[in-house]
Design a protein around this ligand. Structure first.
Ligand code: ADP
Ligand code: MG
Length: 363
């Protein structure tokens, strides 16, 4: 018997849902499971036939934070997403996941639950390890400042003294010593930023002003030949942040984007928007941070090289001949200091960096 159109469509959406790496579950208004894709079957180590019709309490322990979120969404009908929460049950070994729960238009009162067990949750985990990476850079920066910069200034001074009495031919060499010591000093200066441990001075910041500044600076410099598109939400509330640091964050992101785009037809798109219900579990804090302000920087370049994907925010990771690999490490440190999150997605032709920040008055 040939398939009806409706059957064909539902097979097609099943195929799509089953191809996803993230687990998708649907709960009916009464709290029983009505659908689970392949990834969800794997995650919960049970077949759809075992899962279907089971109540939420049977699938997850009563005190599970994931179950609490699902219950909350079922009760309120609001979408929720949360980063970095623990999923654990007698059948699932403890893991950190990201979750997104959306109210479905039908059947009325039902919700879909999307669990990202690895990719994005990993990125967030990396965020946490950047803190450690930044810390090790911090210690190194302190050493460099003392053990390298001080002797360097001695070397430079000595070279300058020699230069005064030297022949023209030898002056070339003393100049070389000075120039190269200057170059090392400049590098140490850049690393020294990491050793700044003072608490961040924050105030309410209009992120659009920051982006405007960044765009101006880019346009007269590195992004001269790049088209910059903007898609801003004018009603965006203020960020709780440090203006200077936020300028540096977005300058770095724009500079990388400008360096990635093709010489002709290079485009960068900056967007701002407000997202409800995005929360981050912050280590050492019981409450969750709300991170409703989303700023994205997208470029149409060739994308992040595969081998760098997992370490992009580490210091000294670079694919550029004259790169320092400090830009994104610094960005990660600054966003961390803002209690924000940064993540990225990259395929050839489209690379997006997403920065999520808290609203002023909430930290
Ligand atoms: N928008 C982007 N598109 C492609 N690759 C990127 C992008 N942003 C960063 N990268 C990659 O990440 C690396 C690290 O960036 P960064 O920390 O700013 O250091 P640097 O720019 O000095 O190399 C870059 O060398 C590049 O390979
Ligand atoms: Mg850079």
């Amino acid at each position: 018997m040939p398939m009806s159109q409706e059957e064909a469509a539902s097979t097609c959406s099943d195929i799509i849902l089953n191809s996803l790496e993230s687990a998708v579950l649907v709960f009916a208004e009464c709290g029983t499971l009505s659908f689970a894709n392949n990834a969800a079957e794997q995650l919960f180590d049970a077949s759809i036939n075992q899962l279907r019709g089971q109540s939420l309490d049977k699938i997850l322990p009563l005190d599970s934070p994931v179950a609490a979120l699902i219950r909350q969404a079922l009760q309120t009908g609001f979408n929720v997403s949360e980063y970095g929460i623990a999923l654990e049950s007698p059948r699932i070994s403890r893991q950190v996941i990201n979750i997104q729960i959306s109210a479905l238009p039908e059947p009325a009162g039902s919700v879909s639950v999307n669990i990202f067990s690895r990719s994005i949750a990993d990125k967030i985990n990396q965020q946490m390890t950047h803190r450690n990476a930044a810390r090790s850079v911090t210690a190194m920066a302190a050493i460099l400042a003392h053990e390298v910069k001080n002797p360097l200034s001695g070397i430079r001074g000595a070279a300058q003294l020699l230069e005064q009495g030297a022949e023209a031919e030898d002056q070339k060499l003393t100049r070389l010593i000075c120039d190269e010591t200057d170059r090392i000093c400049a590098l140490v200066d850049r690393i020294e930023v990491f050793s700044d441990q003072r608490p961040l001075e924050r105030e309410p910041i209009n992120i659009h002003k920051v982006l405007e500044r960044v765009k101006e600076v880019s346009k007269i410099g590195f992004a001269r030949n790049v088209r910059i598109n903007e898609d801003y939400d004018p009603s965006l509330p203020m960020v709780d942040g440090n203006g200077d640091q936020l300028v540096q964050v977005f300058l770095n992101l724009l500079k990388n984007a400008a360096e990635a785009v093709p010489e002709e037809g290079g485009q960068i798109t900056i967007t701002t928007s407000y997202q409800h219900g995005v929360r981050l579990a912050v280590p050492g804090m019981t409450s969750k941070m709300q991170l409703p302000l989303l700023i994205t920087v997208t470029d149409n370049g060739a994308g992040v090289p595969d081998e760098l994907m997992d370490h992009l925010f580490d210091a000294f990771v670079t694919s550029k001949l004259k790169g320092t690999g400090l830009g994104l490490a610094l960005v990660a440190k600054m966003i961390n200091d803002h209690s924000g999150v940064i993540e990225f997605d990259s395929v050839p032709g489209k690379t997006t960096f997403r920065v999520m920040l808290p609203k002023a008055g909430e930290t």
